[in-house]
Structure formats: structure tokens, C-alpha cells
Design a protein around this ligand. Structure first.
Ligand code: PAF
Length: 308
């Protein structure tokens, strides 16, 4: 299968490398200059849970590409720009494997091919150009977003990922919407807390970290149910705990963003919870506080418009 991985950050590089090990897959990574140059010169090196080097194709130009499948792994605030580039190409399916909510709607708004929703709890950190550390065993869920009933495309994409040794759960249209809310709870609980406390994910597995994780997950649960998604608070608290354990040694993507003085995905994670909860008259004070703190940090560094 011809696969484009659009976004060669931590998770895109790891997934691209795992898929590039499959002899039948022809993988192209779309990323930034230095990383792309390093991959072209000496391949893509993975260290950690498994260590290996692969030689996928790599490019900085995401226009006019053609493939059976595109995995979108850019930051959520770059989804629209990615969709604009992708619409110049020809693809059989596009699957978002991003953090936060709203990515699938954006992709479906620009592209004619089937769009799949996806979640991943793999832990990875890009350490240098041409290198990524794989430090969290995880799972991927994929399911049809638009059209909602396109289970066949989801099964095909799931099989292509499974061939790369990835743990994949193929779910239906209702299932992927539930999984996206579950992943939202995971990111809402882990990402801002680790970024602000400057700790690895594992620090949230014990007191006092758990004191904060549980109310965040419960607030996401109340909002999800108001949106018509059946998820219990207990299931969400357990989901967060499982990812904390599986990615204990990982620095979350938001912690990495803050260390690199980059804009974060706080708006489409805790900010999304606050906005949706407000529509339903639900108070989500813990999520609101975290959203405000990260927005204040971004505004002070000029990473966002003051009133955004
Ligand atoms: O954003 C992240 O860092 C990841 O989604 C996860 C699964 C929380 C692991 O760190």
C-alpha cells in the first residue's frame, strides 16, 4: 500500500517508521527541512521499545501527492493548512491520528475521499533530525468519520496498520466518536498537567498527580454524556490511568511544546471541553483553569493573539 504520513513529528515519525518496515508498504513522510534532509541522507532511526533504521521517502512538499492512504499527524492547529495541501493530491482514504477535537470535520470539509477518525496512545519523542525515541507501547483505534458507515475503508486501513505490527482496534462510526472523547479525556488529563508541572506522564500515576487527573476526566465524562456519547466517569479515569502507565517514561507532546516554547494544542483539548460544556450549562472548573493557564503562557510569549 502507498502511504503518506503527513506530519513527521514524534508520532508521525514513529508510525511512519513502523509502517515502512512492511515490504509491501511504500511510505512517504511529509515533514520539515532538517528532519527530511536527515532521513534522505541516513534513514529514519528508531530507538527504545525496538531499535531499527528504515529508509522511507521524505519530502517537505505536501502538494500533488498520490497514495492509497494518508495518515494526518500534524498539530491540530495545522490541520486546515494540511487539508489545503492534500486537496491538490489524489487519495483513496485519509485518517486523522491527531490530538484534540475537530480534525476530522476539517479534513472532510476539504477532501472528497473517505475520512477516518483515529486515536493513538503510542508514546514517542523526536530527539534529533532523523531520529525518534519510541517510549510508550500503545494502541490505535480507527473508524469511519465521513461517510459514517464506511466500515470497509476502516477495515482496509486497520489491516495495513496491523501489518506494521501496530496494535489496532477497528471500530464503527459510533465507536470512533466514543474513542475520540476517551482520547480527549486522556489528553485533557495528561498534557496540560505534565506541561505545567514539568513531569513525565508516569508522575500522574501516584499521589498527588491522581488528585488532579480524576476531576479532569470526570468533567470530560459529564460533557461527553451531554453530547450524547455514552461513557462513564470510571471508564475515562481508567483510560487515563492505563495511558499513564503505558507511557510512564514519555514526556507528553504538550510538555515538549512548552519546553520548545511552541504553541500548544490546549484550545482543541481542554478548551474544547470548556466550550462544549458551556453549551450544555455544565461547569468544568479544572479544565477551565488549565486552559486559562496555558493560554496565559502562550499569550505572554506571543504564541497566540491576545484575545484568542
Ligand atoms: O499527546 C501526547 O503526548 C500523547 O497523546 C499521549 C498518549 C498522552 C502520550 O504522551
Amino acid at each position: 500500500m502507498e502511504i503518506v504520513v503527513f506530519g513527521a513529528g514524534s508520532i508521525g515519525s514513529l508510525l511512519g517508521a513502523l509502517l515502512a518496515r512492511v515490504p509491501d508498504h511504500d511510505v512517504t513522510l511529509v515533514g520539515r527541512g532538517p528532519h527530511v534532509s536527515a532521513i534522505r541522507r541516513r534513514g529514519l532511526r528508531v530507538e527504545g521499545i525496538e531499535s531499527f533504521t528504515v529508509e522511507p521517502q521524505a519530502t517537505t512538499d505536501g502538494t500533488d501527492l498520490a497514495a492509497d492512504l494518508v495518515l494526518v499527524t500534524v498539530k491540530a492547529y495545522d490541520t486546515e493548512a494540511a487539508a489545503r495541501e492534500l486537496r491538490t493530491g489524489e487519495f483513496d482514504a485519509v485518517c486523522s491520528l491527531q490530538n484534540g477535537m475537530g480534525n476530522e470535520e476539517t479534513l472532510a470539509g476539504y477532501l472528497d475521499c473517505p475520512v477516518l477518525g483515529g486515536t493513538t496512545s503510542y508514546g514517542a519523542v523526536r530527539t534529533d533530525s532523523g531520529e525518534v525515541v519510541w517510549n510508550g507501547a500503545g494502541e490505535i483505534a480507527v473508524g469511519p468519520w465521513a461517510p459514517r458507515g464506511d466500515d470497509e475503508t476502516a477495515a482496509t486501513v486497520g489491516a495495513a496498520m496491523t501489518a506494521g505490527g501496530l496494535e489496532v482496534d477497528v471500530v464503527d462510526g459510533a465507536g470512533i466518536r466514543r474513542r475520540l472523547w476517551e482520547k480527549l479525556a486522556v489528553n485533557a488529563a495528561i498534557n496540560p498537567t505534565t506541561a505545567l508541572a514539568r513531569v513525565e506522564n508516569g508522575a500522574l500515576g501516584d499521589e498527588p498527580g491522581t488528585d488532579l487527573v480524576e476531576p479532569i476526566a470526570r468533567e470530560v465524562g459529564a460533557t461527553a454524556r451531554a453530547e450524547g456519547v455514552t461513557l462513564s466517569d470510571e471508564a475515562l479515569v481508567d483510560a487515563v490511568g492505563e495511558v499513564v502507565t503505558a507511557t510512564a517514561e514519555n514526556e507528553s507532546s504538550m510538555y515538549a511544546d512548552v519546553q520548545a516554547a511552541r504553541r500548544t494544542e490546549i484550545d482543541v483539548i481542554n478548551g474544547y471541553v470548556v466550550e462544549r460544556a458551556r453549551e450544555h450549562g455544565i461547569d468544568v472548573p479544572t479544565n477551565r483553569t488549565l486552559w486559562t493557564l496555558l493560554r496565559a503562557w502562550e499569550a505572554e510569549r506571543g504564541l497566540r493573539a491576545i484575545d484568542a
